[in-house]
Design a protein around this ligand. Structure first.
Ligand code: SAH
Ligand code: SF4
Length: 354
């Protein structure tokens, strides 16, 4: 791909193409590996930083090529250290990604699409409507930028696809991005969260190497699910649970079931009882997420009180389900995952730095 100044983006380029490009500059085949190492493992921001490439080649690369990382437009940092980034892609679209410091490690929450067609009633990204699929290098680019900006290069991190978009509606690009990511992050530390696109769950199950799986269930009857998550209502809960039963899990691994608790909608003890029934026989852990409210985009929706949340959790625990409540991080800056909205920009992006 060339930009409007006819320089070539070298991010997300398959090894063979990279080799051909370097060969056209008279470089030996091993240079492609060296370059890829700098892009995928060392997460270098520029050719100038690639210290073991000859100076002449670095200068040549700078005039002929560039690395199309998203541009940081904005960062909001909460007092707990959570940092929400607004990142601009080459076509001017803005996506969001979040760095959440936890005990002992940082979790990066990345976006897979700009917007989301599933249209969940409780989700700000859903309120945006469908956006485009992100390309592999745009997904990997979020990781590169956050790792550098947060001073994490060389450190262990967890990655969750819980930002904007439905990863299983962009599976091929996501798998490509996972290949880049898994150069430095073990797949065991990467989690893909899906609203439950059933045919794509079967496709995911067939991959030779898979990340951890999280499924946003959020409802215990087909009617409630159709109301809350219209874009995945064509698959019944029975079909979804069937796909999860068939999903191959490594020893010691579980599927995470995410359940956003919304006052008066899915938080009754009847819901809790039905949830227990639905999950019988599955190797799961349940993550209860009190709704992150947003009066502007999600009018009328509020989280349950703490006592209702605790009673719901206690009911699941009494049925021997492994359950945790995710008290949102970064609420002050609405930085929590699932609370990302981006902004649609229309002006042309500035060209990459020479
Ligand atoms: N599309 C995928 C991944 C992105 S959403 C999915 O739905 O799983 C990531 C998580 O954020 C999902 O579990 C979703 O249910 C949750 N979420 C969305 N909006 C939320 C809100 N307003 N408050 C709390 N969690 C929310
Ligand atoms: Fe899309 Fe997930 Fe938001 Fe639903 S919760 S609209 S699937 S991003």
């Amino acid at each position: 791909m060339t930009n409007r100044f006819s320089r070539r983006n070298l991010m997300g380029v398959p090894a063979a193409e990279l080799g051909a490009f370097l060969a056209s500059l008279g470089e030996p085949p091993y240079r492609a590996k060296q370059l890829q190492h700098w892009i995928c493992r060392r997460l270098a921001a520029s050719f100038e930083d690639m210290s073991d490439l000859p100076k002449g080649l670095r200068t040549q690369l700078q005039s002929l090529a560039y690395l199309a990382d998203p541009v940081v437009l904005d960062v909001h940092r909460a007092s707990d250290g959570t940092a929400k980034y607004a990142l601009q892609l080459e076509d001017g679209l803005v996506v969001e990604a979040v760095a959440m410091p936890m005990e002992g490690h940082t979790t990066l929450c990345l976006s897979s699409q700009a917007g989301c067609a599933v249209g969940c009633r409780f989700c700000v990204t859903g309120a945006l409507g469908s956006g485009r699929n992100l390309r592999a290098h745009e997904i990997f680019g979020q990781f590169r930028v956050l790792m550098r900006e947060e001073g994490l290069v060389g450190k262990g991190v967890n990655v969750v696809f819980m930002g904007m978009g439905e990863p299983l509606l962009n599976l091929s690009h996501l798998v490509e991005a996972l290949n880049f990511l898994s150069e430095t992050v073990s797949l065991r530390r990467i989690t893909l969260s899906t609203a439950g696109v059933v045919p794509k769950l079967y496709a995911l199950a067939k991959l030779p190497r898979r990340p951890n799986l999280a499924v946003s269930l959020n409802a215990t009857t087909d009617e409630k699910r159709a109301y809350l998550m219209p874009g995945v209502a064509r698959w019944s809960l029975a079909e979804l649970i069937g796909a999860l039963k068939a999903y191959p899990l490594e020893a010691g691994r579980r599927i995470t079931i995410e359940y956003v608790l919304i006052s008066g909608i899915n938080d009754s003890l009847w819901d809790a009882r039905r949830l227990v029934q639905l999950l019988l026989g599955l190797r799961v852990k349940v993550n209860l997420i009190p709704l992150n409210p947003d009066p502007r985009f999600l009018p009328g929706l509020v989280p349950p009180s703490e006592s209702v949340i605790n009673a719901f959790a206690a009911h699941l625990a009494a049925a021997n389900l492994n359950v945790t409540v995710r008290w949102s991080k970064g609420l002050e800056v609405a930085a929590a995952c699932g609370q990302l909205r981006g902004q649609l920009r229309v002006q042309a992006p500035s060209p990459p730095a020479p």
